[in-house]
Design a protein around this ligand. Structure first.
Ligand SMILES: [Fe+2]
Ligand SMILES: [Fe+2]
Length: 552
């Protein structure tokens, strides 16, 4: 029998992949597996609860009588599976194409609330409206069903998530609506058309009043769908057909009114940011932005330009341009607390960093990220914008202060690179990465001599490459193709901003080059914005105004 020693020797001589993993790896793996199992369990519980709640909402209550006990025991489980199947399809679709929704329990709960809410509203309004129309002389209960605001669910899903989620919710809600209307043949088609139009009419909805316009589109789509269904049933040119079309138009109005009321409630409860609320945050008269304009006018101007750059870049790679613009407006909000330490707000000739040690300067500069997050939380900005503020410098190195500290300590310097890095984290979303790139590009473009389009293109290329090589984009989903598109949009916009301007002869206004020579104070390279030698694309070496990615 082999001894323990022999056994150990045998294991250690085995190929590496067959050797037992160290204990800490085993523990970490076990912890991760446990975590994944817990999340799966939570999702399964949410799914079963959702299907159960929807079954209760949609079941036929008339079976509760003494005679219906046997029917009840069969129809309730049957209904449960009818409900569970489309929900499972919805989940699989989102898991495949919208992992951001399925990986976030809060978002999953929000989606459940939308579906349950839409089914509850549809069920109770179907009861009320059908009873109402049944009691109207000459109008049947069928007309009431056409006014049920089923499209509510799809419209809310598009506004709070995206069009993809809106379309799949349209499909699911149409099946549920068919059950609610007592299996009315072809009602699926009617509700699907209304829900799809509701989704598409709010894709670029950035004003609350636009919801009413969307409601009008739903009304028109409902009327057309009701007319087609009645044509198929030979009812279009009858009194019943007219009643159906009138009820269908009312359904669209109901959807607009309900969404206008429910949307702000869901936005604030689940801290979700929609295009409508983003547009409100982009108002330059909001207290935080006004504060930035008054206390740090240079930063304010810098943020507005970055807003335009980020918006164009986001449009080019297919992410929300409004989100990019608004995040850019707030990205440097932390500079409000110590504006005079940042070059764009300094009066000519004075640089606060001349009197500080490099380590103190780097602490002050990097603190604008933390202070920005604090200010944003105090002002109740949405978490998505706060994340961009937190990530807009990633963990980039403040190269100038790092080099300065090493220079000051001499040859045997013990300066650690980690002490001169921003706290991070690195950008985790495409929007945060775009704001980071726009920030660095805007800063560098300010000191570009004779900014011709080829020089701008070379500068943009250089900066984007530097950020990429520094690993700052490792945690986000930007692809190389996205980076090419972003480069192109930056070139286009910066070439437009710095297009050739004619001189004003006779007014004595010095040109850009002359200005730099005159005293040079206004253009003096600020300490916190100096970068190590930057190879100018057209030869020679000069200092760029940024330090690493997003130095400003
Ligand atoms: Fe910044
Ligand atoms: Fe900035």
């Amino acid at each position: 029998m082999a001894s323990l020693k022999d056994e150990r020797a045998r294991v250690s001589s085995a190929p590496r992949k067959y050797q037992p993993k160290p204990l800490y790896i085993q523990k970490a793996r076990h912890g991760l597996e446990q975590k994944i199992t817990n999340i799966r369990l939570k999702k399964a519980v949410i799914g079963v609860c959702l299907a159960g709640a929807l079954t209760l909402l949609m079941m036929d209550y008339s079976l509760f009588g003494s005679k219906g006990a046997w029917e009840l025991t069969q129809s309730v489980p049957g209904l449960f599976f009818i409900v569970a199947l489309p929900l499972y399809i919805l989940y699989r679709d989102l898991k495949r194409y919208k992992k951001t929704v399925t990986d976030d329990l809060q978002k999953l709960v929000l989606l459940c609330v939308i579906i349950v809410g839409a089914v509850a509203v549809s069920r109770f309004s179907a009861e009320i409206l059908s009873t109402f129309t049944r009691n109207l002389p000459g109008v049947g209960e069928r007309a009431g069903y056409f006014a049920v605001p089923v499209a509510l669910g799809a419209m809310l899903a598009t506004l709070l998530f995206d069009i993809h989620t809106g379309i799949i919710v349209s499909f699911v809600m149409s099946i549920f609506a068919d059950i609610i209307m007592g299996g009315e043949p072809l009602f699926f088609v009617y509700t699907f058309v209304g829900s799809m139009v509701a989704s598409f009419s709010v894709v670029r909805c950035n004003q609350r009043s636009a919801l009413l316009k969307a409601g009008l589109f739903v009304s028109l789509a409902n009327m057309a769908a009701a007319a087609i269904l009645d044509l198929y049933r030979h009812m279009l040119f009858t009194r019943g057909g007219l009643h159906d079309i009138v009820a269908a138009s009312i359904g669209g109005a109901f959807v607009a009114v309900l969404v206008s009321g429910i949307l702000p409630l869901l936005e604030s409860t689940f801290k979700v940011v929609t295009d409508i609320s983003l547009l409100e945050y982009s108002d330059l008269n909001r207290p935080l932005l006004r504060n930035l304009m008054v206390n740090a006018p240079g930063t304010y101007h810098h943020s507005i330009i970055i807003g335009s750059l980020a918006e164009a870049a986001a449009e080019a790679v297919g992410v929300n341009p409004l989100m990019a613009r608004v995040s850019a407006y707030y990205h440097d909000i932390g500079k409000i607390r110590k504006p005079e330490y940042f070059i764009e707000n300094q009066a000519k000739g004075e640089n606060r960093h001349d009197r500080l040690t490099p380590s103190m300067s780097s602490l002050i500069i990097s603190s604008h990220v933390k202070e920005g997050v604090e200010l944003a939380r105090e002002s109740k900005l949405p978490p998505a914008i706060i994340d961009v503020i937190m990530q807009h410098h990633g963990n980039a190195l403040m190269t100038f202060f790092f080099e300065k500290a090493k220079e000051a300590e001499g040859a045997e310097s013990s300066v650690r690179e980690e002490d001169y890095r921003y706290p991070g984290p690195r950008p985790k979303t495409k929007v945060a990465a775009i704001v980071m790139l726009s920030d660095a590009v805007e800063a560098a473009s300010r000191v570009l001599d004779n900014p011709t389009p080829p020089r701008i293109a070379a500068m943009v290329d250089k900066i984007v490459n530097r950020i990429f090589e520094d690993g700052q984009l490792n945690d986000c989903d930007l692809t190389l193709r996205d980076l090419t598109e972003i480069n192109r949009s930056f070139n286009l916009l910066l070439s437009g901003i710095y297009h050739h301007r004619i001189d004003y002869p006779g007014l004595g206004i010095p040109s850009g080059g002359e200005k730099r020579k005159l005293g040079g104070t206004a253009y003096k390279q600020p300490e916190e914005d100096k970068a190590p030698a930057f190879h100018h694309p057209e030869g020679g070496r000069r200092r760029a105004m940024f330090v690493g990615p997003g130095k400003r």
